[in-house]
Design a protein around this ligand. Structure first.
Ligand SMILES: Cc1cc2nc3c(=O)[nH]c(=O)nc-3n(C[C@H](O)[C@H](O)[C@H](O)COP(=O)(O)O)c2cc1C
Length: 177
């Protein structure tokens, strides 16, 4: 991959993974991309849990079965979970805003970096929006009050077709002034 826009076009939500296990080093690279993400006041309001133990992967997959459309999750070979941590904003900013004001956006950016690095590594990824947060916390010994930001399913894609992106038209959402 030698072009960032090409990487953006080939990153797509993968909803079916092959049996091929995911190498530990590739997961570490993905989470490293997350760690390098920008954040407001460089507060880095995140931590990451990488789930590669296959028994635990199966249990986490079950936590995402609230939507029957997410049944494919049982094929996931790994997960990366982005947890929200306390953000320390610069004193000037924190006069105006709650410390966690930017945290959700920052975590979203970290999740995006992780997914893009996964694509670069030849992996498929999909962010999961609906899951049993309480059960995930219990399984991973995460304090119940800690916000679980993003759950990202990973594995080698079962199919390698790159779908056409469905996006709003450039001219409908962009304005140059
Ligand atoms: C916060 C968030 C939650 C999502 N939740 C799910 C989900 O539960 N199941 C699913 O199949 N896709 C989920 N997606 C993937 C979106 O459906 C997908 O990103 C969107 O349709 C655009 O397609 P693309 O990722 O293939 O470009 C989620 C994406 C985000 C960012």
């Amino acid at each position: 991959m030698n072009n960032f826009l090409e990487l953006c076009k080939s990153r797509q939500s993968c909803r079916g993974f092959s049996e091929q296990p995911v190498e530990h080093d590739k997961l570490a690279q993905c989470v490293e991309a997350g760690r390098l993400t920008h954040s407001a006041c460089n507060a880095q309001p995140w931590s990451f849990v990488v789930i590669e133990n296959q028994d635990m992967v199966s249990q986490i997959a079950l936590c995402g079965q609230q939507l029957k459309q997410n049944a494919w999750l049982k094929t996931a070979k790994a997960f990366i979970i982005v947890l929200e941590e306390h953000a320390v904003l610069s004193p000037v900013i924190s006069c105006f805003l709650d410390s966690q004001y930017y945290a959700k956006g920052d975590m979203g950016a970290a999740a995006a970096y992780i997914c893009l690095e996964a694509t670069e590594q030849g992996l498929g990824s999909c962010i999961i929006g609906l899951y049993d947060r309480k059960k995930i916390c219990e399984l991973l010994n995460i304090p119940a009050e800690k916000p679980v930001g993003y759950v990202i399913a990973l594995g080698y894609p079962r199919e390698d077709t790159v779908r056409q992106k469905k996006r709003k038209a450039f001219e409908d959402i962009v304005r140059f002034v």
